[in-house]
Write a protein that binds this ligand. Structure first.
Ligand code: AMP
Length: 492
């Protein structure tokens, strides 16, 4: 049957699940659900290519809830989950567990979410009760396994969600350690937005005769998203952004910065400009992140400034505006970022503020999405007078170098610190991956206004190719050239 003819009724899900689906207002399975649900219900392993926003969470949660509710647990021991869902970030963990609760609300199954950055004791207490489905980030899960507060010997179904991002964040060793703690006989589901060689190696070792599902990547749905570029020197970006927000009266905009330091600095500038904003990244406490996200979602906070890792997996529907304050080094991240807008069939706008130094990143992105993004000038923008000249910045690394030197590579696989050292083990879960994002070098630097930018782990061996301000200006369109209509690209 073609995907678009499959209905929830034809999937033969248990009645309590059908009621929950109706309550959620879903009328039709999404393509990933239509394909994945029958395969999971049949009990086989699954390899699925699907991103956040495709409905993938219900694609595995619904059939898992069905299977668990149909079959008695082999053991009724407490703290012994039957299904383990591993995810890369705390936000995604919270979201997935919320989905488990939403879809499983008419079933007697119990779920629990487990991640670092919060006190471990309430988790230990929860593990003393019934837990059928555990949604966890790898670091905190291993902490519990090490403390013997969690028994993984009853796991019947394992899900690796956003497996590519888990590998990017250096979780491969932890995943292997966790796999060693699971029973050999189990069903395995692996979801990934991309299929790198590492993902293939992981799936080859993990999955047995898997069913395969792949749904349209975001970069094939970008038609819904109006993308544009404003060419602007780095030092004018925060002024232009504040202008765009005020001038267009934007009520909800997600802004991506490359570093945590940059996110803080931009947030401070926007607030100073009278625009309520909050930053969300790995250095923020979990309550601060949860609060900022809740306010952003309910519309009381118009601007959320996020790093890629913190924003990964955030389920914010129908976001009208996404701004790339800096272009990402990795072109796929651009697609993930702009996928935050234009969701569920609604249109959205994705605007990138691009300094001349970022043009190589722009070219890689355009190659990936197979289209040229129009350059738009903003003629209503008048740059502030008497701005200090921009200090030279070290060059940013191209894609590929970062894997060895950049912030993602600060993941577990590259850790210098032996396990057990450092603050870990005090129950506060310091091993969360977001903390591996770019750190300000010192508190003073974090508080200072714009100084020479800190690229993630600048390649010390490379000779910085500084550009004089005059040369930069010659190559860049001048702010006076900004106008709201698409223009022919310059300087490329
Ligand atoms: P996910 O890709 O799992 O993060 O899901 C993205 C969004 O799609 C979530 O807000 C879900 O509530 C929503 N969603 C999931 N399945 C459906 C469906 N069949 N119909 C409409 N919305 C859905």
């Amino acid at each position: 049957m073609p995907d678009n003819e499959i209905t929830f009724a034809s999937l033969n899900l248990a009645q309590p699940l059908m009621r929950a689906i109706a309550d959620a207002g879903y009328t039709k399975p999404t393509p990933v659900q239509a394909q994945a649900i029958p395969l999971v219900l049949a009990g086989g392993d699954l390899l699925a290519g699907a991103q956040t926003g495709t409905g993938k969470t219900a694609g595995f949660t619904l059939p898992i809830l069905h299977l668990l509710s149909e079959k008695q647990a082999a053991s009724k021991r407490h703290g012994c989950p039957r299904c383990l869902i591993l995810v890369p970030t705390r936000e995604l963990a919270a979201q997935v567990e919320e989905s488990v609760q939403t879809y499983g609300k008419y079933l007697p199954l119990k779920s629990m979410v487990m991640f670092g950055g919060v006190n471990i004791n309430p988790q230990i207490k929860a593990l003393r009760g019934q837990v059928d489905i555990l949604v966890a980030t790898p670091g905190r899960l291993l902490d519990h396994a090490g403390q013997k507060t969690l028994d993984l010997s009853g796991v019947e179904i394992l899900v690796l969600d956003e497996a590519d991002r888990m590998l990017d964040m250096g979780f491969i060793r932890d995943i292997k350690k966790i796999l060693a703690l699971l029973p050999k006989q189990r069903q395995n589901l692996l979801f990934s937005a991309t299929f790198s060689d590492e993902i293939k190696a992981l799936s080859d070792g993990l999955l047995h005769n898997p069913g395969y599902v792949e749904v349209a990547r975001r970069n094939s749905t970008v038609e819904l998203i109006s993308q544009s570029i404003h060419l602007v020197p780095q030092r004018l970006k925060s002024h232009l952004l504040a202008h765009l927000i005020k001038h267009n009266d934007w009520k909800q905009v997600l802004v991506f910065t490359r570093t945590k330091h940059g996110a803080n600095r931009l947030t401070e500038k926007l607030i100073a400009d009278g625009i309520p904003a909050a930053a969300i990244h790995g250095n923020k406490s979990q309550p601060a992140r949860t609060k900022a996200l809740a306010q952003f979602k309910d519309g009381s906070l118009p601007v959320l400034v996020a790093t890629d890792i913190a924003a990964r997996g955030l389920d914010i529907d129908q976001l009208p505006h996404v701004v790339n304050f800096e272009l990402p080094n990795v072109p796929e991240d651009y697609v993930h970022r702009i996928g935050r807008t234009g969701r569920a069939g609604s249109s959205g706008s994705a605007i990138s503020l691009v300094d001349k130094e970022e043009l190589p990143f722009l070219r890689s992105i355009e190659r990936l999405i197979k289209r040229e993004i129009p350059v738009v000038e903003v003629d209503s923008f008048v740059p502030p007078a008497n701005l200090p000249a921009e200090a030279p910045r070290p060059p940013r690394q191209a894609h590929g170098q970062r894997r060895n030197n950049g912030p993602r590579a600060e993941g577990r696989g590259n850790r210098q610190q032996p396990r057990g050292e450092g603050p870990r083990g005090n129950g506060q879960g310091q091993r969360n991956p977001q903390q591996r994002e770019q750190q300000p070098h010192s508190r003073q630097q974090a508080a200072k206004p714009r100084s020479p930018d800190k690229s993630p782990e600048p390649n010390k061996a490379a000779e910085p190719q500084y550009m004089s301000e005059a040369a930069r200006h010659q190559a860049m369109p001048q702010p006076a050239l900004f106008s709201p209509k698409p223009v022919t690209r310059r300087g490329r």
